[in-house]
Ligand binder design. Sequence first.
Ligand code: ADP
Ligand code: DP6
Length: 324
Amino acid sequence: MKATAKAHTNIALIKYWGKRNESIILPTNNSLSLTLDGYFTTTTVEYNNSLSKDEFTLDGLAVSGESYKRVSAFLDLIRNMAGKQVYARVESVNDVPTAAGFASSASGFAALAAAGTKAIGLKLNDQELSRLTRQGSGSACRSIYGGFAEWEMGMREDGSDSYAVPIAPADYWDIRVAAVVLSSAQKSVSSRVGMRRTVETSPFFQGWLDSISKDLLEIKQGIQTQDFEKVGEIAEANCLKMHATTLGASPPFTYWHDTTLVVMQKIWEMRLQGTPVYFTIDAGPNVKVLYLPEYEEQVKQTLGSLPGVSDIRLSRPGQGITYL
Ligand code: ADP
Ligand code: DP6
């Protein structure tokens, strides 16, 4: 009744931004990501009949409040699938800053789903595991797979056709991602709240949705032909469109800091000078930079010396779920 799983975070190149069903997490658009080897979560789940409630520690500290409720509600889904009413002790370690825009919810819920189902004796295939994981945190359903993955939004209201599928494995293309760390502080607007506010109030939301299918089609062509410039251009533009929707929300908000813009402008400058680098940004101030291996030193040196940059963490394409 005990299992340990490791899952990596993923960075969305076509963003998931908007839900059509909040309770079972159904998105308003397909999204596409690259799993990263540099950031991950390791989670152990042990079911025990002597427990009178679920217990959850993160990085060795007992968790309560909203984060505890999310984990316990997710374990309820697993218990229902297995038909077993038994509480669990969950010990999770994030090798990724929590709630700071580094996608800890993605690696966190993917690792929890994998360890939680294995420990209770369920044998799910990747598609079933992805569909379950989606209900913990949407972006997490893509972290089941290594390399590039696409979350198909599906059409059905019960969510049975909403899960991620693999596009290309981790060893398909050595594309790199540098996380330019500006702040690891917890953000004031979570992705969940930010997304909801945008869907409900931003007049730019429809424009965002209308632009997705073209971005998706073209980025998949770019991945297929390993056309780095094409993939980078589409990912960067898609990120800017997503962040633009937040400025139109009521009340308006942005995940960017002043230093975020400094990094973005430096990347534009590097491109003008002939270096093929592109950025994408999730729901937080930190910037993820896409580049090819031969530009690694230049990326590290140019961006590492900018004011406000506290660290640069380099990633290659990461693997999907592993069991330890
Ligand atoms: P992030 O950018 O880190 O994904 P979010 O606001 O989207 O930020 O999600 C952070 C939330 O994800 C945390 O507040 C917590 O509820 C949940 N979370 C993070 N890490 C884990 C983990 N290892 N196990 C379970 N839940 C986690
Ligand atoms: C900007 O997956 O964290 O990173 O489903 O509410 O848990 P919930 O949201 P979450 O949102 C991720 C938003 C994003 C874009 C992306 O990863 O696709």
